[in-house]
Design a protein around this ligand. Structure first.
Ligand SMILES: CC(=O)N[C@H]1[C@@H](OP(=O)(O)OP(=O)(O)OC[C@H]2O[C@@H](n3ccc(=O)[nH]c3=O)[C@H](O)[C@@H]2O)O[C@H](CO)[C@@H](O)[C@@H]1O[C@H](C)C(=O)N[C@@H](C)C(=O)N[C@H](CCC(=O)O)C(=O)O
Ligand SMILES: Nc1ncnc2c1ncn2[C@@H]1O[C@H](COP(=O)(O)OP(=O)(O)OP(=O)(O)O)[C@@H](O)[C@H]1O
Length: 549
């Protein structure tokens, strides 16, 4: 019987794996080793707790601790050998396993994992999406389009990983290199021919995607986020640009609605790499342009005009003009991969592939009052999300509930407060994931930004503080009139809230449904089961007041 971490690691692994000689691995990653004759490995793992028998345990010098300190545990779990740096080799000695040594561990993990899992063959075809906002949504659009084109598909991202029949819940947006390469092997084994994948800036900085080759890389946009890790927008841009090296992606589609996209497209072109630019917000100087955007149901229909007179008609039922941008990016990425335009048009017309449920992204919970859960958790996304749900006519107000994350980029807190006050009518400031920080201090910074904007700009928004989050959601429902819209922003699909190191069950969709039902409003019953509950449980304590639709 393995440990919980070992059980969690299994879904990432291929079912069949030939042993690979340690000497070959060392050669593939340019490492010199003394005596590893006869030693072979069948997997790669960088968490001692998740090591499976036969693995190469990669002992990384971490931000908190050197992984080599856990060598004995890796050995106890059946590791066949250890890969580490000079400092790690000293610590690993007590485990009595063969050691591969290198000066810097992260840069070689991709090549090592690719060698072990045999993932150089570029199967499945990989579509990688990066940018501040829109990665998850664009990958769901891509997956749906790929299916419409007849592919068996895989998915890797913030919400879930699908590499076979059973989805694996995600821990990271982009897993570490050993898991990524194991997933590629597993996908290949399962007959998956194409996969859509989110590529976070963290993963590019930490070289998690090393050793993969993307058929097409896509860029959504770049706005302020994650400056706690990247320091400046310039550094943040440099991280994202890592996906667009000729050595990482064969083709690229770059949305050039912001200055960063325009710069990225120009730099990639200057390097001589195949690049298509995409303008989705009125720009005319791009290879592909979105034109004639028109409301269609909750979403929009639009046309795409490309090189040599190519034209495509498309549409998405997801609210928000930003979803037109995401949908257009997915379509043009398929065109860049070599799909013929008539074939693409046929797929776009078969079963509305760009109208897919993306958990926690513009997810409609009720219609009167309109109630929407969205993942917007930075200023740009929050502004767009509020505007996307604002009723086109009438006196309906937007009541927005959100907070800011603790232990992360603190500079965005007042900015998010100001944006909410500018675009919303009632701003309910609450908690997101406070992590290790005092929650009231985070709320105070958001509220200060909102109130400063109200004062300085003469705004009419009402700013309210309410915590914990479930109470804030109930407060928004209490304040809402039937013609209003409630937007619960920031946590989307998430089902736990971390406060001072303790995870508390919390799902905005469940809380919102419950509060609406308690107030006697109708709610929509989800297609997907959230938080391990059943549709009946979603109806909250007053099921008689609820009807499904
Ligand atoms: C900031 C960051 O990315 N940190 C990553 C880093 O952690 P670290 O350097 O602190 O690791 P550490 O705790 O010092 O441990 C050192 C090593 O010992 C190992 N270890 C540790 C304990 C033990 O018992 N056994 C063991 O083997 C660890 O696996 C690690 O390899 O190395 C770890 C494993 O290699 C990663 O899991 C960890 O990601 C953490 C979990 C994380 O939260 N990362 C986030 C910030 C992230 O990557 N997010 C992006 C998306 C961001 C977004 O767009 O919103 C993502 O792609 O998910
Ligand atoms: N193209 C876009 N431009 C701006 N905002 C967007 C765009 N697409 C989605 N959003 C907003 O950003 C939120 C997150 O969307 P999504 O999950 O698709 O992006 P993401 O890049 O995967 O985000 P994260 O990396 O934070 O998980 C959505 O809930 C929506 O509010």
């Amino acid at each position: 019987m393995g440990t919980d971490q070992q059980e969690a690691e299994r879904p990432f692994r291929p079912a069949h794996q030939e042993p690979v000689a340690l000497a070959e691995i060392a050669a593939a990653a340019g490492m010199i080793v003394d005596d590893v004759a006869g030693v072979a490995v069948t997997g790669v793992c960088l968490d001692s707790r998740a090591v499976l028998p036969g693995d190469l345990y990669v002992a990384l010098p971490g931000a908190r601790v050197h992984g080599a300190r856990f060598s004995a545990q890796a050995a106890a779990n059946g590791a066949a050998a250890i890969l580490t740096d000079d400092a790690g080799a000293v610590l690993a000695a007590e485990a009595g396993l063969p050691v591969l040594r290198t000066t810097a561990v992260r840069p070689v993990i991709g090549a090592v994992a690719a060698r072990v899992y045999g993932t150089r063959a570029e199967a499945p075809a990989l579509f990688g999406v990066t940018g501040t906002n829109g990665k998850t949504t664009t990958t769901y659009f891509l997956r749906s389009l790929l299916r419409a084109l007849g592919h068996q598909t895989g998915l890797i991202g913030t919400i879930e990983i699908v590499a076979g029949t059973t989805p694996i819940p995600s821990v990271l947006t982009t897993p570490e290199a050993p898991q990524l390469h194991a997933l590629m092997a597993r996908m290949r084994e399962s007959g998956i021919t194409a996969a859509a994948m989110e590529v976070s800036s963290h993963s590019l900085d930490f070289e998690r995607v090393a050793g993969l080759m993307y058929l097409v890389a896509g860029f959504t946009n770049l706005t302020q986020d994650h400056l706690d890790l990247h320091g400046t927008m310039e550094d943040y841009f440099a991280s994202k640009a890592g996906l667009f090296n000729a050595a990482t992606s064969r083709h690229a589609v770059v949305t050039v609605d912001d200055e960063w996209g325009a710069r990225l497209a120009a730099e990639r072109r200057a390097a001589g790499a195949p690049t298509l630019s995409l303008a989705t917000a009125g720009g005319t100087d791009a290879d592909w342009r979105v034109e004639n955007v028109r409301p269609d149901g909750l979403g929009h229909a639009f046309d795409l005009h490309g090189p040599d007179g190519a034209t495509l008609r498309a549409g998405t039922g997801l609210p928000g003009l930003f979803n037109v941008s995401n949908a257009a990016l997915a379509v043009v990425m398929l065109a860049a991969s070599g799909v013929e335009i008539p074939t693409l048009q046929e797929a776009l017309e078969a079963g509305d592939p760009l109208t897919v449920e993306v958990p926690g992204r513009m997810q409609v919970i009720a219609t009167r009052p309109a109630a929407v859960v969205d993942f917007a958790h930075n200023a740009d996304a929050l502004e767009r999300a509020i505007d996307a749900v604002r009723p086109a006519s009438g006196d309906g107000r937007v009541i927005v509930v959100f907070g800011a994350t603790g232990d992360r980029d603190a500079t965005k807190r007042p900015i998010m407060g100001a944006v909410a006050a500018r675009h919303g009518d009632v701003v309910v400031v609450t908690d997101d994931d406070p992590h290790g920080e005092e929650a009231s201090g985070i709320r105070a910074a958001v509220i200060a930004g909102a109130r400063d904007a109200v004062r300085a700009e003469g705004l009419a928004a009402e700013v309210v503080e309410s915590a914990p989050r479930a109470d804030a959601i109930a407060e928004a429902v209490r304040l809402a009139r039937p013609q209003d819209t409630i937007l619960i922003a920031g946590r989307g699909h998430e089902t736990v809230q971390e406060i001072a190191g303790v995870d508390h069950a919390l799902d905005d969709r469940v809380e919102l449904r419950r509060a609406l039902a308690d107030a006697g409003y109708d709610v929509l019953v989800p297609e997907r089961i959230e938080s391990g509950t059943t549709p009946d449980q979603f109806r909250g304590p007053s099921p008689e007041g609820v009807k499904s639709s």
